[in-house]
Design a binder for this molecule. Structure first.
Ligand SMILES: Cc1cc2nc3c(=O)[nH]c(=O)nc-3n(C[C@H](O)[C@H](O)[C@H](O)COP(=O)(O)OP(=O)(O)OC[C@H]3O[C@@H](n4cnc5c(N)ncnc54)[C@H](O)[C@@H]3O)c2cc1C
Length: 419
């Protein structure tokens, strides 16, 4: 068995940022394992701009953004292996990967950072009535075919789900000459960023059907048409509201899920985000195993992914020096009213840094609210928000000095009192 200090699983933005941070904090024996043939992860297929406004103060395309980080990895001489798929890790930090050159290899790592990204929900997850015909694919897969492989996936397109990938693909397919007939969204609001609704749908006159779903796919072998229906308050299609669209392609943008199988398989406790439960150092319940980026919780902006990668990389460096300890006093975070999940799941009162950040997403768009932080039922901090929407992750700074005792920190949305 090979011994390594730090193994990073996934060479996307989170993995590269973690590797660079670990190196800059003194770790030299680092190996990044990436299953595809490129560093950069999902950014390789995101050729639109909108990346890096916070990290670089510039608006970059995905490939431009990833190249800056890939260069930092290369300049430091950090080792990475492409085409290398990690099939398992153990609680004792044995990493098993395989690639064409090395075959199947086991590594005994001292520390592991899991940065394996997320995956898309597909047609099987929602069970649309109709035959399983060709022409129904996820929006991210279509983006990969079009932007990386140069294949046009269809000419008359309908999109289900108004997540950012769906919105971006509506514009992309239009620019490539396809007719995008519409986007149907189950919820009464869009799940994409506001800027994407404007720039990808409204600017191209693509209709958005809120509170609608695809109720039928029609075709023999190949998609010929779809039917959409309005849904009731329980999100069930309402008979009699069907609209038919002749199309050859249905793109699904119906959610992203942390690709957390490696940690789930070894029984690491999960958080509400479906990633692992981590502390403020992004360390899981297992000493020396960290998680960051979309595998921990799905992010809207790569800048936040990168900042998480840096936290994990620095923490791994401290762990390898024997300086990352767990104290005995902790606070557990709870997603209260209106909040979907909170990261981190717990904070170590003795070991936490002075400045802490809490991240969460709300459950539905809400106006005129306080984001309220309550420690054991007592409010310690509130932030006023005119509007809060699920597609934008919230990040709040809370000084450690406010966390005065062990217990439960509840994050909830409370309506602003109207006088
Ligand atoms: C379509 C789309 C549009 C976006 N638009 C914007 C935008 O305009 N602006 C913005 O700031 N952000 C945007 N984002 C968000 C942001 O880019 C991503 O959240 C971020 O890049 C995710 O980084 P990551 O490293 O966590 O995951 P990924 O980039 O997915 O990297 C994970 C890596 O892990 C590898 N991997 C997974 N499992 C294994 C395994 N078992 N073994 C080895 N390797 C493995 C994968 O191959 C992948 O390379 C967008 C995201 C998408 C999907």
């Amino acid at each position: 068995m090979i011994n390594r200090d730090l193994v990073i699983i996934g060479g996307g933005s989170a993995g590269m940022a973690a590797a660079v941070a670990a190196y800059d904090h003194g770790v030299r024996d680092i190996l990044i394992l990436e299953r595809t043939d490129l560093l950069g992860g999902i950014l390789n297929q995101c050729i639109h701009n909108g990346f890096g406004l916070h990290e670089f103060n510039e608006e970059l395309t995905g490939p431009e953004f990833l190249t800056r980080f890939a260069n930092q990895v290369k300049e430091r001489g950090i080792e990475y292996k492409l085409g290398s798929y990690v099939s398992s890790i153990t609680r004792d930090k044995v990493v098993t990967y395989s690639n064409e050159e090395d075959g199947a290899v086991q590594i005994q790592a001292k520390a592991i950072i899991v940065a394996a990204g997320c995956y898309e929900r597909n047609a099987g997850a929602i069970g649309i009535p109709g035959d399983r015909v060709a022409g129904i694919i996820t929006a991210g897969q279509a983006q990969l075919y079009l932007n990386e492989y140069g294949y046009m996936v269809g000419k008359k397109v309908f999109i289900l789900g108004s997540g950012d990938i769906g919105l971006i693909m509506a514009r992309r397919m239009t620019l490539e000459g396809a007719k995008v007939l519409g986007v149907a969204e189950l919820m009464p609001y869009s799940n994409g960023l506001n800027r994407n609704i404007q720039q990808c749908l409204k600017d191209f006159d693509i209709p958005l059907y809120l509170s609608h779903t695809v109720s039928k796919t029609i075709g023999k072998g190949k998609l010929e048409a779809i039917e959409i229906s309005q849904v009731d308050e329980k999100l069930r299609p309402i008979p009699g509201t069907e609209k038919r669209f002749e199309c050859d392609t249905l793109l699904l943008s119906i959610g992203l899920i942390p690709n957390n199988g490696l940690l789930d398989n070894i029984g690491v406790a999960q958080g509400r985000s479906r990633g692992s439960a981590v502390n403020e150092h992004l360390e899981t319940e297992i000493d020396g195993i960290f998680s960051c980026g979309n595998v921990l919780h799905v992010h809207d902006l790569v800048d936040w992914v990168v900042s998480e990668g840096k936290v994990a990389g620095e923490a791994a460096a401290l762990y390898l020096e024997g300086k990352l300890n767990r104290g005995s006093k902790k606070i557990v975070t709870v997603a209260g009213d209106g909040v979907g999940y909170v990261v981190p799941a717990e904070v170590d009162l003795e070991e936490a840094p002075e400045k802490l950040q809490f991240k969460f997403r709300c459950r539905k768009p809400t106006k005129n609210v306080y984001i309220t932080y309550s420690l054991n039922g007592n409010v310690i901090k509130r932030f006023y928000k005119q509007t809060i929407i699920p597609s934008e992750m919230e990040i709040d700074p809370i000084p450690k000095s406010l966390l005065t005792e062990e217990g439960t920190l509840t994050v909830s949305l409370t309506p602003k009192e109207v006088k």
